[in-house]
Ligand binder design. Structure first.
Ligand SMILES: *Cc1c(COP(=O)(O)O)cnc(C)c1O
Length: 390
């Protein structure tokens, strides 16, 4: 393949670009994962991780993709045949529902139109009907990466509390953590699920379960057979900074560096503001082009990504292909039932104003080249907003 000068624009909503510093931090010799040096690294990272979840609870790290942490969350607290309540926010919620079905859980899937977040009232209404407490857990996706809609998890918590129902609350923030405001303790989440390759700015390969006291109690009574995913040996070993099997040592070096950037240098709250501002600039461009975002609720626009709807008669993947071939930029494809209808602009992780403007320029040029009818000037409108708020 011919050499392409300059850097590739990886503007998909995960994996996100890894900061050079984090890459350098991983470029190290592997160490003995049973040796004293590793124990110190493990202990430091496990403690520091709590900061991004805003929790005092333990965080478990699996060498796995986010999907592994989905499964781990379910098999550690539930038993085969248990009912859970899930909510169709988009493709990722659908995949979690399918996973639950495959392992022998009985999910009830509240239907959604992929343009709105979780409706807390629908959750509360279903829990109120469940007077025998057959529903063991409520499972929601925080930042639905297929649609660019962020559900208001605090409101879902309030809705659950209003019913007095004892169900556990599990939240997938695989693409939200480290980019969108998230509070494990304050929001009373029992299991938070995340992965390394999105807001945490690492390569793929680590996934996480943050677990409340209530989840640990449920773990004691869980009837699922499990071994690799079992929290028990993990927590036992983690107490001294170690793991029951070989951890992804070099990814942990990278994680320590990423946590330093996120928590000590830029600061979580500044990161949230940066993501909101870039998301807003992107929406300003989309609006100026005369296009629609998939998200329909002002307060639910994702700070992580924007899903842009292409007009009928046009193929979003054709737009993506032109942008990839002509301008060396990757945009997210439409997933599941919005395949071909939307493309997704990732604006998460290690990016700044000029990265975003470069990405939006590529989108504007690509839309024109693909023959999608737009009004020019989206990038200019985004520039005006970014300059005004610089
Ligand atoms: C990326 C993502 C997943 C899947 O994670 P993998 O690492 O691909 O297994 C699940 N849920 C959400 C919301 C995601 O963004």
């Amino acid at each position: 393949m011919a050499h392409r000068a300059g850097r590739h624009f990886l503007q998909i909503p995960g994996p996100s670009p890894v900061p050079e510093r984090v890459l350098r931090a991983m470029d190290m010799q592997v160490i003995d994962h049973r040796g004293p040096e590793f124990g110190e690294l493990g202990a430091r990272v496990l403690e520091k991780l709590k900061g991004v979840f805003k929790t005092e609870c333990p965080v478990i790290v699996f060498p796995a993709s986010g999907t592994g942490a989905w499964e781990a969350a379910l098999v550690n607290v539930l038993s085969p045949g248990d009912k859970v309540l899930m909510y169709e926010t988009g493709q990722f919620a659908t995949l979690w529902d399918e996973l639950a079905n495959r392992i022998g859980i009985v999910p009830e899937f509240i239907g959604g139109d992929w343009r709105h977040g979780v409706d807390p009232e629908k959750i509360a209404a279903r829990l109120r009907e469940d007077t025998d407490h057959e529903i063991k857990a409520v499972c929601c996706v925080h930042n639905e990466t297929s649609t660019g809609v962020t559900s208001r998890i605090a409101n879902v918590r309030k809705a659950i509390d209003s019913t007095g129902h004892p169900a556990l609350f599990m939240v997938d923030t695989i693409s939200g953590l480290g980019s969108a405001d998230y509070r494990h303790d304050e929001w009373g989440v029992d299991v938070t699920i995340t992965g390394s390759q999105k807001g945490l700015m690492l390569p793929p390969g680590l996934s996480f379960n943050c677990v409340s006291k209530k989840a640990l109690d449920a773990h004691e009574n869980s009837g699922f057979q499990k071994s690799y995913w079992d929290w028990g040996p993990m927590l036992g070993n983690n107490a001294s900074g170690f793991f029951p099997y070989t951890p992804a040592t070099n990814l942990l070096y990278g994680l320590e560096e990423a946590l330093k950037i996120i928590l000590d240098e830029e600061g979580l709250e500044n990161i949230f503001v940066r993501h909101q501002r870039h998301a807003k600039a992107t929406r300003i461009a989309v609006e100026a082009w005369g296009l629609e975002t998939l998200c329909q609720v002002e307060e639910e626009h994702s700070p992580v990504l924007t899903a842009v709807v292409v007009p009928d008669g046009h193929d979003a993947d054709h737009v993506r292909k032109i942008i990839h071939d002509k301008f060396d930029m990757s945009l997210g494809t439409g997933l599941g039932k919005v395949k071909g209808k939307v493309f997704r602009i990732g604006h998460l992780g290690d990016i700044n104003d000029l990265t975003l403007l470069g990405a939006l320029s590529g989108v504007e040029m690509g839309l024109e080249l693909a023959g999608v009818p737009i009004t020019k000037g989206g990038v200019q409108a985004a520039m005006d907003y970014l300059a005004k708020t610089a």
